[in-house]
Design a protein around this ligand. Structure first.
Ligand code: NAD
Length: 499
């Protein structure tokens, strides 16, 4: 029996509170399959009252529940059980994720689901090794620095990799003993909801992970504004991140914000150009082009520019576009009609700003009513053009030539964003100059994206605040507490004991 025949597509998605599914309390919203261009299920929104109940459950689980009090070994056992269950149900979760994102099923199976499972395994390992501090420099005293879970965390995620991104948020919050309320994107709640159900089957106590679903300004805002929320972990767009930080400031909840990008993929003549070409194509066309870390500005040294651009365009034209469930598909539909219109609009803006569209720039109605766009490659007049500055978030590559290392650095850094960058060169001084000069949170050299979970991930400038990764998440989801005591009774001034 195929997965499609055996998996149940829920008729209705609501909330998950205190270990139980609950019907939503607000408006009904369609859950659209982007490959079909029509609704396949219904989301019932959580209104502010239901958000209140969910935060109350998370608070009760934090203050009175077993999870923050369990031994590390016991928490590790649950996290590892979750990891195993996500792997055992990877086909089902990938299928559900595909239904409301249009992400190619093969990519979901090979990258997203293994990664989601690994997030739980990684934090299970991490908490078994993390240590606290002792200071003994002051004579006669010992001060220990302990870490305690921070309380209730609000975890908000986007639609472009729902399970992969929310699993990272959840695993990193609960591993350290925090409890949470998650709010997935209203466009793509299906697989996240099933993942949370599996987490409870693995023995997660009720109230540790709660889900509210709904639109950002309704459900998301009520969650971030709740005074019992002690941490906000957000992945999404830059303008939303700004708004979230303002709201969280009202009750001084610290935020990590993983935001947008317009990352430079920089190809030098000294690179292995065949590998650089493969890497550049993967960098912009993976995940249907909808990735924060897409290498969407492709900077190529002028001496090899024409040849590289011609080969890039030829390969882009040959991408196999279509049904994301088909094993042969390399590029699926965009996630929504709005996203399709946005991508097409940028082809017009490229021309308005004096650039040229080398391929694509059009919808593909021949593929049916899904939100399909042709892979698009434009040559921009310069780096100031909108197609070189704005995050487009689709299968849309902007090519720009450069002459020397200094020019490449100046162009790459002339961006409001600073998430990641990619450098392709086999010339060590060039690589060194680039890695030292680039103003981004990550620099990948001669490789497409390679996420090292032990290392901090996050952006400079408008790409974010804070980092995700082993130590960074430990610091974020815990509070430090210092306990000081004397090793011998210290002399005390005796107030009020005078003659
Ligand atoms: P978005 O900002 O529109 O929405 C993200 C989430 O925030 C959704 O769940 C949404 O409902 C919620 N939200 C919206 N307004 C809110 C509000 N006022 N209060 C609380 N929650 C609110 O982003 P999107 O369109 O879903 O995702 C695409 C964006 O995400 C892109 O900019 C992309 O670069 C970014 N992203 C960043 C990373 C990263 O790690 N840096 C990873 C993936 C995606």
């Amino acid at each position: 029996m195929s997965v499609a025949q055996s998996v149940r597509l829920p008729q209705r998605v609501g909330a998950w509170i205190d270990g139980q599914p609950r019907p939503g309390t607000g408006e009904e919203l369609p859950i659209v399959n982007p490959a079909l261009g029509r609704p396949v299920s219904v989301l019932t929104e959580s209104d502010a009252g239901q958000v209140e109940v969910a935060v109350g459950a998370a608070r009760a689980a934090f203050e009175r529940g077993p999870w923050p009090r369990w031994s590390v070994e016991r928490r590790q056992a649950v996290l590892r059980d979750i990891q195993a269950r996500l792997l055992a149900h990877a086909e089902e979760l990938a299928w559900l994720e595909c239904q409301n994102t249009g992400i190619v099923l093969r990519e979901l199976r090979q990258r997203h689901l293994p990664r989601a499972a690994a997030n739980f395994g990684f934090f299970a390992d991490y908490i078994g090794q993390s240590a606290e501090h002792v200071y003994r420099q002051t004579p006669g005293y010992v001060s220990t620095v302990m870490r305690e879970p921070a309380g209730v965390a609000a975890l908000i995620s986007p639609w472009n990799a729902p399970v992969a991104l929310s699993s990272m948020q959840i695993a990193s919050a609960i591993a350290f003993g925090a409890t949470c309320v998650i709010k997935p994107s209203e466009q793509s709640p299906l697989a996240v909801q099933r993942m949370v159900e599996l987490m409870h089957e693995a023995g997660l106590p009720p109230g540790v992970v709660n889900v509210v679903n709904g639109r950002g300004p309704v459900t998301g805002q009520a969650l971030v504004a709740h005074p019992d929320v002690r941490r906000v972990c957000f992945t999404g767009g830059t303008e939303t991140g700004r708004r979230i930080m303002e709201v969280a400031a009202s009750h001084l909840a610290p935020c990590t914000l993983e935001l947008g990008g317009k990352s430079a993929n920089i190809v030098f003549a000294s690179a292995n150009l065949e590998r650089a070409l493969d890497g550049a194509l993967l960098g912009i066309f993976s995940n249907n082009g909808q990735q924060c870390l897409a290498g969407s500005r492709i900077l190529v040294q002028r001496s090899v520019f024409d040849d590289f651009a011609a080969r890039f365009v030829e390969r882009a034209r040959r991408l196999r576009i279509g049904d994301p469930m088909d094993a042969a598909t390399e590029l699926g539909p965009l996630a929504s009609q709005a996203q399709l219109q946005r991508v097409l609009r940028y082809a017009e803006l490229a021309r308005e700003d004096g650039g040229s569209v080398l391929t694509g720039g059009a919808a593909l109605p021949s593929l049916g009513p899904g939100f399909y766009a042709a892979p698009t490659v434009v040559l921009a007049l310069d780096n100031a053009c909108r197609v070189a500055q704005d995050e487009i978030f689709g299968p849309f590559a902007t090519l720009l030539p450069f002459d020397r290392v200094d020019d490449a650095l100046a162009i790459a850094n002339a961006s409001r964003y600073g998430l990641v960058s990619y450098v392709w060169s086999d010339h060590l001084p060039t690589v060194t100059a680039m890695t030292e000069g680039l103003r981004t949170g990550v620099v990948w050299v001669n490789t497409p994206m390679m996420r090292e979970l032990r290392a901090p991930f996050g952006g400079f400038k408008d790409s974010g605040v804070g980092r995700q990764g082993g130590a960074a998440c430990e610091a974020f989801f815990t509070e430090e507490k210092v306990v000081t005591w004397p090793t011998t009774p210290p002399a005390l001034r005796r107030l009020g004991a005078g003659p």
